[in-house]
Design a protein around this ligand. Structure first.
Ligand code: HEM
Length: 322
């Protein structure tokens, strides 16, 4: 009897201890303030140099963070290279021949490890900070990024193929894709504003310019010159008319059926939907766009991070530690 009570007590205590230990700690604003106060300024300066070298690096860094977060959380998994015994996410359909600026991430990692005297800042955090800095450098808002993510020791090509939205998705498919990540309609419309910078390959918008009906005729004809029906798959087209500036041009163009991707135009159909109203608002109110974009970027950056003792701080963003 006594021993029964004893085991019951032990069970109660173990359960309580498990309940009280946080399974994941939260991300914080000042995560590196004490351990490496120079980390953020150094990252900013490498991002700045990379953008001066080539404006598009800013867009490519932003997309890396998005493609990291949508595949099993913001855990740096997108950065892992394939090896003979390991398959990463780089060869997944939405990433192959399309994701870029991995060399800039390498440069940032080298600079930040140097100033911090060792691997202190995770690759997942580097992506979140580099995305934030790119947006600010290209004229957008500067928000306080949350930090403390750790790096995954695995990746999933299957999850990348499944979770990253393709450009031919309909509005309802986009909504459910974002919902699966805990993101709502407003997040979808605000985050699609990421397409205020950067470029797309012809292969991603060919079907739209030849077959879609909700597209401005002159716009489609002009685009067809640089994106033939056959060939020219990698020919580039800016996602909006000002691809090196974070501004509201992307939304303005949607009002005139000039969205480059099918998925872009899905956000504005002119039928007075909630999505239409947000596009209209962002098209004429930079402040409203910035405010919602910031909030949604932070929300996206919070998707399933590895924190506390989970994961690791990689020494090289391209491979897991030995
Ligand atoms: C809503 C669903 C989305 C779809 C279907 C989508 C799809 C695409 C596609 C097809 C491209 C061109 C890729 C290529 O042809 O190489 C692209 C580029 C880009 N996307 Fe998205 N995207 C979405 C959401 C986002 C979000 C949430 C962000 C960031 C907040 C983002 C940021 C970018 C950027 C910056 C580029 C240009 C990258 C560069 O120039 O290197 N996208 N996207």
């Amino acid at each position: 009897m006594a021993s029964n009570i004893q085991s019951l007590l032990v069970l109660v205590m173990v359960t309580l201890a498990t309940l009280m230990t946080p399974t994941h700690s939260k991300l914080t604003h000042n995560f590196y303030k004490k351990v490496c106060p120079q980390a953020l300024p150094v990252i900013r300066s490498v991002v700045q140099q990379a953008i001066i070298r080539e404006r598009r690096n800013g867009a490519s860094l932003l997309r890396l963070h998005f493609h990291d977060c949508f595949v099993n959380g913001c855990d740096g998994s997108v950065l892992l290279d394939d090896t003979p015994t390991f398959t990463g996410e780089k060869t997944a359909f939405p990433n192959l021949g399309s994701l870029r600026s991995f060399n800039v991430v390498d440069e940032i990692k080298a600079a930040v490890d140097k100033v911090c005297k060792g691997p202190v800042v995770s690759c997942a955090d580097i992506l979140a900070i580099a995305a934030r800095d790119s947006i600010a450098i290209l004229g957008g808002p500067q928000y306080e990024v949350l930090l403390g993510r750790r790096d995954a020791r695995n990746a999933s090509k299957a999850a990348a193929n499944l979770n990253l939205p393709p450009p031919f998705f309909s509005f309802s498919q986009l909504i459910s894709n974002f919902k699966a990540q805990g993101l709502n309609l407003k997040d979808l419309v605000a985050l699609s504003g990421g397409h205020t910078i950067g470029f797309s390959r012809c292969t991603s918008f060919r079907n739209r310019i030849y077959n879609d009906t909700d597209i401005n005729k002159n716009f489609a004809t002009t685009l067809q010159k640089n994106c033939p029906k056959i060939g020219g798959d990698n020919n580039l087209q800016p996602l909006d008319a000002t691809p090196a500036k974070v501004d509201t041009t992307y939304y303005k163009e949607l009002l005139y059926k000039k969205g480059l991707l099918h998925s872009d135009q899905e956000l504005f159909k002119g039928d007075g939907s909630e999505s239409d109203k947000l596009v209209e608002l962002y098209s004429k109110n930079t402040h409203a766009f910035y405010k919602d974009f910031e909030a949604s970027m932070i929300k996206m950056g919070n998707i399933k991070p590895l924190t506390g003792k989970r994961g690791e701080i990689r020494c090289n963003c391209r491979k897991v530690n030995n």
